[in-house]
Write a protein that binds this ligand. Structure first.
Ligand SMILES: *Cc1c(COP(=O)(O)O)cnc(C)c1O
Length: 383
């Protein structure tokens, strides 16, 4: 708690004086999804992979010796960069390793946008973008997505008209899961005059038969920066490791100037390299998540709960407004969120325009999903 809260002083008083920059004083920090410590909570609220990391990661963890930690790590995470370059068939110079995707977002902002210059995001999208923009004292231009969560045909024009130096597109989209095709991204990258970050935090869960591959855009456009993370697809949210894929023109200033000198540590480099080298095993979990996603969507539909088409590891579930016990779908969504929580199942509720009548539900193990569906059935179809 801030000390001023204890003595109940209004913020405007000069005492206690703030040492913060005015924009820091005026901003609100990021609010993470709940991270309960009880092991028996069914956690479907922060889009973690329900399956463990692969055996190669476990072997790499066991191979870490205490003496490995005595020296500084390789500053650029070069072993990881080599592995990633090989995977994406690009050069090592096109890869930047970061301490989670969140660090890459912060680096993109501090490297490419002056304080006072604007940053554009689709609305709704990842709620961390405005927080990191506020730290750099950058205004955020929110461009409303269409009712089906697509970017409209004039999206690139809207980006340019906003004067933004940097724009974030999350694909598959969060919180809806909608996948935008590469052709649309290409159209935007071609026209937008700033740096375009394509945040692919959830790309591993995309159905491979769709043939989605936006990495090719990096070869076509020097203003495209793709974000990948080990947190979701590789079950390593606790490790903090992600990477950027971009032209050398974008990678070099972040790699050699704005990055923390040792931004990724020895253990995370070793484990992330092992994880990326062992994609076939991780891909089993992606397939299971896709299968469960289809099953949960179908079962929710039978309860009158409709979901946006998702290529991610979560569903944005729209509660029906036909339940006579509730005045509105919003009230029903809140009620379901709370009752699930009381029954030990956490999902995400966003108290935001267009999302108040919905729940974002992470796909868990088959058993967790069945538990969720049983509870929802008992609330929505009481016998
Ligand atoms: C999870 C996530 C990230 C990155 O998360 P890290 O754990 O910091 O790698 C980035 N963008 C979106 C939309 C996410 O959901």
């Amino acid at each position: 708690m801030h000390p001023s809260a204890l003595i109940n002083l209004p913020k405007s008083l000069p005492y206690p004086m703030s040492y913060e920059r005015p924009n820091i004083q005026n901003m609100t920090g990021y609010s993470s999804g709940e991270q309960p410590r009880q092991a028996d909570v069914v956690k479907l609220n922060t889009n973690e992979n329900p399956y463990p990391a692969t055996s190669a990661v476990e072997r790499a963890l066991r191979a870490v010796r205490i003496d490995d930690l005595r020296r500084y790590p390789q500053p650029y995470a070069n072993e990881f960069r080599k592995e990633a370059a090989q995977y994406h068939q690009l050069a090592v110079a096109n890869i930047l390793a970061t301490n989670g995707g969140d660090e890459l977002i912060r680096l993109a902002i501090t490297t490419f946008v002056d304080p006072g210059q604007s940053i554009a995001i689709g609305e709704p999208s990842y709620s961390l973008y405005p927080v990191l923009a506020a730290i750099q004292n950058c205004p955020v231009v929110k461009i409303d997505l269409q009712d089906d969560w697509q970017m409209g045909p004039d999206y690139a024009d809207a980006l340019n008209a906003s004067g933004a130096k940097l724009a974030f597109i999350v694909n598959p989209h969060a919180p809806s899961g909608l996948l935008t095709p590469v052709a649309t991204l290409r159209h935007i990258a071609q026209r937008f005059t700033g740096v375009l970050v394509i945040d692919e935090a959830y790309v591993d869960f995309v159905d491979p038969t769709l043939g989605y591959d936006a990495v090719s855009l990096v070869k076509e456009f020097d203003n495209v920066l793709i974000l990948r993370t080990m947190s979701k697809g590789y079950s390593l949210a606790g490790l903090r490791f992600a990477y950027g894929i971009a032209s050398e023109k974008l990678v070099a200033p972040m790699l050699y100037k704005t990055r923390d000198s040792y931004n990724t540590d020895f253990i995370s480099q070793a484990l992330a390299t092992a994880a990326l080298g062992d994609r076939a095993e991780a891909a089993h979990s992606w397939r299971k998540v896709r299968e469960e996603r289809a099953r949960v969507e179908q079962a929710l539909g039978e309860l009158g709960v409709s979901c946006s088409p998702s290529q991610s590891n979560f569903l944005l579930a729209q509660l029906p407004d036909t339940d006579s016990r509730y005045e509105s779908a919003e009230m029903l969504a809140r009620e379901c969120y709370q009752r699930l929580k009381d029954d030990g199942i956490l999902v995400r509720y966003f108290d935001m325009p267009r999302l108040r009548d919905k729940l974002r539900i992470t796909i868990g193990t088959a058993q967790e999903n069945s538990q969720l569906l049983r509870q929802l059935t008992s609330y929505l179809r009481p016998s």
